[in-house]
Design a binder for this molecule. Structure first.
Ligand code: ATP
Ligand code: MN
Length: 457
């Protein structure tokens, strides 16, 4: 039995990244956890990990009669948390050119069980087993690399938008009405009333263009997605952007630049993480290609006779006409988009085999919207559009979509006071991470995934 000790007055003097040949001969205090252990009988090699990486600790049996360090380390399992006081010595074979010979150890927290998956290796263990011990899972090399890059994305979004005169806002997550339609809502108790978790900050960010012109928010969106897919979470992080006095073309330009900036910053900040993940982020050519919805439908109809203009395009069949990489699908049928999306006017483009329900009855024409989806291969990363800023058009649209205007009174009344023309997008953080790092399951792009089957941990 190894007893745990208090931290007491021990404090680390160096992180692993600071232990190098300039310290040879010096004393150091390291803190961390055992990420791996090699037992060579009379010699133990321990990798002591902290937030910057590993330091090699070498304990020899014969040198150790006094403090029992060898025996203690020998009996500690991977993941145990320890402090080491020791001397830095040169070691050509170790990655940072040094190793540490311990002469005092503090066992801070004993790992009593053997973990069901290893820190170093790529895990073949199913994601559900891993999620049950998520904090431990997150210690694995693979996820460490993923989440450091995730952090770089968030930092660079803030940098880029700040430089472009946006301010960061926060909007309520407890709301009274749906904004997106489609995806289902999570109802909650709000004192004595029913309320909902926000599906998106849409209407609030639009309103805020009135006061601040250019706003962004990075926050959770909540959607009661009924299906089990590898690209939907019930709680996801959305990067929402809204800008005044522009339309959807300007917003696509902005999004092109945002994605390019993110990739530059990742290459800058995370070369090691990219190497470990074996990901090469190639230079992007912007603008990303923009295909109209109608031209894609024409192409798809060659191999999929049943597809009609007006249908949503499923990721599966997109594979047939599009390669990898970033591109936009623009000018979606108005009917596929939420009520706040601006129409492009009656389209005079030739449309083959329209779904009759999408032909407007009045003049037999087809309504296209000023909208785009940013895609990566078959994966949707973002949806954006020019928004309606005329009250009567918005009111009309709500009624057409079967929404109750009275429930949106709090929003509609703003339109009496000069809301500027505006456009924007919502970009899924986890989806972007999936695309950049080739992550198969969205659950590995978030810390604690929520889905139809999972509310813990
Ligand atoms: P999808 O068609 O893929 O379900 P959507 O069109 O319903 O997405 P939007 O309302 O356009 O989603 O939301 C904007 C962006 O937010 C999406 O492009 C996506 O990146 C992200 N997003 C939306 N819903 C989810 C979800 N359930 N899980 C993860 N990300 C999501
Ligand atoms: Mn969308």
């Amino acid at each position: 039995m190894i007893t745990e000790q208090d931290l007491g007055d021990w404090r680390r003097t160096h992180y692993s990244s600071q232990v190098n040949d300039s310290q040879i001969g010096q004393l150091t205090v390291l803190m961390g956890w055992i990420s791996s252990k090699r037992d060579h009988g009379n010699v133990l090699f321990i990798q002591l990990r902290d937030r910057f990486g590993d330091t090699q600790i070498v304990a020899k049996k014969e040198k150790d009669l006094e403090n029992n360090i060898f025996e203690v380390l020998k009996n500690l399992k991977e993941h145990s948390s320890i402090g080491i006081k020791g001397k830095v010595v040169g070691q050509k074979k170790s990655p940072n050119g040094v190793e540490v010979i311990p002469h005092e150890i503090k066992v801070l927290s004993v790992s009593t069980k053997s973990a069901p998956f290893l820190t170093q290796s790529v895990s073949t263990i199913g994601i559900d087993t891993r999620l049950e011990l998520r904090a431990l899972d997150l210690r694995r090399n693979y996820l460490q690399n993923v989440f450091r890059i995730r952090f770089t994305i968030l930092k660079s979004v803030r940098e880029f938008l700040t430089k472009n005169y946006f301010i960061e806002v926060n909007t309520p997550k407890m709301i009274s009405t749906a904004t997106e339609g489609g995806a289902a809502l999570f109802p909650i108790f709000y004192y004595d009333k029913e309320a909902f978790l926000a599906q998106s900050p849409q209407l609030y960010k639009e309103q805020l263009t009135m006061a601040f012109e250019n706003v962004f928010e990075i926050a959770p969106i909540f959607r009661a997605e009924p299906s089990r897919t590898n690209r939907h979470l019930s709680e996801a992080i959305s990067i929402d952007v809204e800008k005044a006095f522009v339309n959807y073309y300007d917003i696509m330009d902005l999004l092109d630049e945002l994605i390019s900036y993110i990739i530059l910053r990742i290459k800058d900040e995370n070369p090691n993480e990219l190497k470990n993940l074996e990901i090469e982020l190639s230079e992007l050519k912007i603008p990303f290609p923009r295909y109209t919805y109608s031209e894609l439908i024409d192409k798809l109809q060659k191999n999929h006779k049943y597809i009609r203009w007006g249908d949503d395009i499923s990721p599966k069949i997109l594979k047939d006409v599009i390669g990898d990489g970033f591109y936009y699908i623009v000018d979606w049928p108005l009917s596929t988009k939420p009520f706040y999306v601006k129409s492009k006017g009656n389209s005079d483009i030739a449309i083959s085999k329209p779904n009759p329900s999408f032909v407007t009855s009045e003049n037999n024409s087809i309504m296209v919207s000023e909208s785009f989806d940013l895609m990566y291969g078959p994966l949707e990363l973002s949806s954006g559009s020019t928004r309606i800023n005329n009250k009567s058009v918005l009111l009309d649209n709500m009624k057409k979509k079967g929404l109750n205007p009275a429930a949106f009174d709090y929003h509609l009344r703003i339109f009496d006071y000069g809301i500027p023309p505006h456009a924007g997008f919502g970009l899924g953080l986890e989806r972007l991470l999936m695309a950049l790092l080739k992550i198969e399951n969205i659950r590995d792009a978030t810390f604690y995934p929520r889905d139809i089957d999972r509310l813990t941990p």
